[in-house]
Structures are given as structure tokens and as C-alpha cells.
Design a protein around this ligand. Structure first.
Ligand code: UDP
Length: 244
């Protein structure tokens, strides 16, 4: 650890539900879950306060259920409950490693986890507990990217980390277009104007308007979370103003 590391005091980490699947078609791969939990445990041990939002795409997505004929709001409620399951799995993994962790759900799931309270979340964070923000925003028609941007702003995170399967934001899909180029830095306005696959527009606008920096990086590369927390340029940095 260098003298300036960790660079950030408090972060909000967004993990997609799909990241938990590993090579499986759905659900949670316990080995992958443990690997992510270890990476989070390491940065918490270095004194970083961590808020965590995990998606639900490895279980249910409302849009997919609606496409199959289900009422969209019901589908989104199922998607939000899926994020609660993922959060409980991560809480368990973190606690097995010795990190204290609390799940706070935007929908009441009494007896299973706490309801979301911003003040209580700040108390948990100050005491070194990982706070898992579950059930997204609690509203249908939103995504967990929007929930992550909202919670990052609410808890006063220094930065939002979006952990993905690729090492940043590209001009096009790098898996299908070999000429796609990666951005080191990018403004929210450019991401919106070029419809780049960073986060959904609601989440991007929230971050832009509240001046929340975003780092998009590959979580599957070992050591990357620690490097990101130390301020290393492991991915694409998205800012309101890239001249800053
Ligand atoms: N969801 C929702 N409101 C929210 C967040 C999520 O209704 O504020 C639902 C929505 O159906 C979404 C699902 O939960 O598809 C899972 O979240 P998401 O698709 O963001 O998960 P990820 O792609 O990150 O795994």
C-alpha cells in the first residue's frame, strides 16, 4: 500500500447480478461470490467505507419478464426482490470473511434485513460496516444503475465504481467491433450524446447533475478493486467536466 492509498474514503460499488453467475446460466456461483467478497473485504480492511449495490439480472429482470407477457410492474417487483437475494448472499460471504455487513432494502422485507434509512446507513459506514443497498430504488421502471447513482449521492460517496466484464467504456462494443477504442476519460454529456453503454440515461444524468465521478472497470481482473481505490487508472473515468 502506498502513502496515498487508499485515495477514496467512501465509495459506492455497483456490481451487476450477472457478474455473480460466473460460467453458470443464472443464479450465483459461490466461488465468484467469494472472490468479490474477498476483494471488498481487502479494501474495507484498509479503511475504505463501502456501500454496495448489486443488480438482479442473474435471477429476474422486469423488462425480460414483461417481454414474456408479464405485467411490467410485477416483473420489476420480482427483479427488486432478486436484488435482495443477491445482497443477502454477499452479506453472508462478507461476514464469513470477518467483515461486518448490513443489508438495507428500499422495499420492506421485515425479519430479513433493515429498511433503507440514509442516517442509519451513514452510521453503519462510519463504523466500518459494508452497507448493501438492496431492492434498487424501491420503484418499478428504474434500474440498479439508477439506484447506485442515487445511493452514491445520498451517502456522499467520493466516487461511484461500476464493476463490469470489460475494462472500461468503448466507442463501440469491443466484443463485436475490433476497431472499438477505449476512453480513458469521458464526460457525462458525451456519454449521453453518443448513447455509450455506460449506465442508463437516468443514472448518468443523476451523476452529472450532482458531480459524482464514475469509474468503469473490469472486476474480473484480480486486484483491480484495490487499484481503483488507490486511484490507479484501471478503467474509464467519467466526469461532469473532463478538463478538471
Ligand atoms: N428494478 C426496479 N427498480 C429499481 C431497480 C431494479 O424495478 O430501482 C428491477 C428491474 O426489473 C431490473 C431488476 O430489478 O431489471 C434487476 O435490476 P438490474 O436489471 O438493474 O440488474 P443488473 O442488470 O445490474 O444485474
Amino acid at each position: 500500500m502506498t502513502a496515498s492509498c487508499p485515495k477514496y474514503r467512501r465509495i459506492l460499488l455497483k456490481l451487476s447480478g450477472e457478474a455473480l453467475m460466473g460460467a453458470q446460466e443464472a443464479g450465483i456461483d459461490p466461488a465468484v461470490l467469494l472472490r468479490f467478497a474477498e476483494a471488498i473485504h481487502d479494501i474495507v480492511s484498509d479503511g475504505v467505507q463501502v456501500g454496495l449495490v448489486i443488480g438482479g439480472g442473474n435471477i429476474f429482470r422486469g423488462a425480460g419478464l414483461a417481454a414474456a407477457g408479464m405485467d411490467r410492474v410485477k416483473g420489476d417487483q420480482m427483479g427488486m426482490l432478486a436484488t435482495v437475494m443477491n445482497a443477502l448472499a454477499m452479506q453472508d460471504a462478507l461476514q464469513r470473511l470477518g467483515s461486518e455487513a448490513r443489508v438495507m432494502s428500499a422495499l420492506p422485507v421485515a425479519g430479513v434485513c433493515e429498511g433503507f434509512s440514509r442516517d442509519q446507513a451513514l452510521r453503519h459506514l462510519d463504523q466500518g460496516r459494508v452497507v448493501l443497498f438492496a431492492a434498487g430504488t424501491g420503484n418499478p421502471f428504474f434500474t440498479t444503475d439508477s439506484a447506485a447513482s442515487l445511493r452514491a449521492i445520498e451517502i456522499g460517496a467520493d466516487i461511484l465504481f461500476k464493476a463490469t466484464q470489460v475494462d472500461g467504456v468503448y466507442t463501440d462494443d469491443p466484443q463485436t467491433n475490433p476497431k472499438a477504442e477505449r476512453f480513458d476519460r469521458l464526460s457525462y454529456d458525451e456519454a449521453l450524446a453518443r448513447k455509450l453503454m455506460v449506465m442508463d440515461a437516468t443514472a448518468l444524468v443523476m451523476c452529472r447533475d450532482h458531480d459524482m465521478p464514475l469509474m468503469v472497470f473490469n472486476i474480473h481482473q484480480p486486484g483491480n478493486l484495490m487499484r481503483a481505490v488507490c486511484g490507479e487508472p484501471v478503467g474509464t473515468l467519467v466526469l461532469r467536466d473532463t478538463t478538471e
